[in-house]
Design a protein around this ligand. Structure first.
Ligand code: UT7
Length: 353
């Protein structure tokens, strides 16, 4: 049974900080067109993307996660949490997970720390995990990070994926609170369909097909996506999952002030918004400047909206993810009162250029 407040509202996870970090290197479409058989018009028309950021050669997922995490903690007003969760498809190493390192580098030695692997739905899954830990009383404050460095797994010569994916990290802090206060998360909808596990994949490097320099092919080593099929699933699963949480909450799409979907492709976002009957002005769009940043895309879009002062306390927000697995998920929240956040593309303080 959930703990209740003196006023009778259930114990809930409440968002109390947000932050993001994009790598310093920003790459425009024309720069990609210099080395790939593509052009700015194709990329903009098919995806809406104008630029993306790529990690430096010595910059790994944990570096971006630490920077985003530090910003979210500062935004929350306290550097202390009991749990760190990192959603990523591009961990620093296959073993161990990335979250303990992120926690240690944030000065959080001794806290619970683990990764969530749900590809581009990872952030919503990680929010659900963090919420469960809070509502069950295991922990009172959680740092939830979505971070990916897709440029390490995408073949730079693969024109379909190299133009779409970018690197970045976004983070939020959750604290224990009550379901009626601004910032409270829920309900959630989560789902998967493993019958389509090969639609978005890196074939080699796991226990099914270990990396073998003599036998693993170039294609098997890199990220692959059956774009057109994924597109269709993305549209139907995102709209379906969004609808499912609206029904659970008993509210209509007209009551949503901001929809923050996984930033896969501007065309997908428009179609999902149309299918939901939601005006596109109420859809957060960050894909134009950051590309598809995997598990980072939702918290980065949220940080972007906060930086742009697009959110008012009490606004009802709908987050919806979709990704490899296939996986999908949605959650509702109301926007809390937060101090201004740092612009995600601003370099991390103290990092030399
Ligand atoms: O994050 C997880 C979820 N991910 C998604 O939801 C992504 C879903 N998929 C997509 O966003 C789109 O499918 C892509 C952006 C990946 C591709 O766009 P599309 O409109 O589905 O293009 P397509 O695959 O149907 O390709 C159309 C044409 C093809 O040429 P032909 O066969 O018609 O001659 C491709 O070879 O465009 C060609 N093409 C390109 N041309 C110029 C593919 N990539 C490029 C490129 N530049 N970068």
């Amino acid at each position: 049974m959930l703990e209740t407040s003196p006023r009778g509202s259930a114990r809930a996870a409440v968002l109390c900080g947000v932050g993001g970090q994009l790598p310093r290197l920003k790459v425009g479409n024309d720069e990609l067109a210099e080395r790939l058989d593509t052009d700015d018009a194709w990329i903009r028309t098919r995806t809406g993307i104008r630029s993306r950021h790529f990690a430096a050669p010595d910059e790994a997922t944990s570096d971006l996660a630490v920077a985003a995490g530090r910003r979210a903690l500062a935004n929350s007003g306290s550097a202390a949490v009991g749990t760190v969760i990192v959603a990523t498809t591009t961990p620093d190493r296959t073993c161990p997970s990335t979250a303990p390192l992120v926690a240690a580098r944030l000065g959080l030695t001794g806290v619970a720390a683990f990764d969530v692997g749900a590809v581009c739905s990872g952030f919503v899954y990680a929010l659900a995990a963090g919420t469960g830990l809070i509502t069950s009383g295991v922990t009172d404050r959680v740092l939830v990070v979505g971070a990916d460095v897709y440029s390490r797994i995408v073949d730079p010569g693969d024109r379909q994926n190299a133009v779409v994916f970018g690197d970045g990290a976004g983070a939020v802090v959750l604290r224990a609170g009550h379901a009626t206060e601004p910032g409270a998360l829920g309900p959630f909808d989560l789902g998967s369909d493993g019958a389509h596990e090969d639609m978005i994949t890196v074939q080699a490097g796991g226990s099914r097909l270990p990396f073998d320099p003599a036998r693993t092919s170039h294609a098997e080593r890199h990220f692959s996506m059956r774009g057109k099929e994924v597109y269709r699933h993305a549209v139907s699963r995102m709209a379906g999952s969004a609808q499912a949480v609206l029904e659970q909450a008993g509210i209509s799409v007209g009551e949503i002030d901001l929809f923050v979907p996984h930033q896969a492709n501007l065309r997908i976002l428009r179609t999902v918004a149309t299918d939901l009957g939601l005006s596109f002005e109420r859809c957060a769009t960050h894909v134009q400047e950051a590309g598809n940043t995997g598990a980072a895309s939702i918290p980065l879009a949220l940080a972007r909206s906060h930086v742009d002062s697009a959110l008012t306390v009490g606004d009802r927000i709908l987050l919806t993810g979709f990704g490899g697995g296939l996986t999908w998920g949605s959650v509702l929240l109301t926007w809390p009162s937060l101090p201004p956040a740092v612009e995600p593309s601003r370099p991390e303080e103290g990092v030399a250029s």
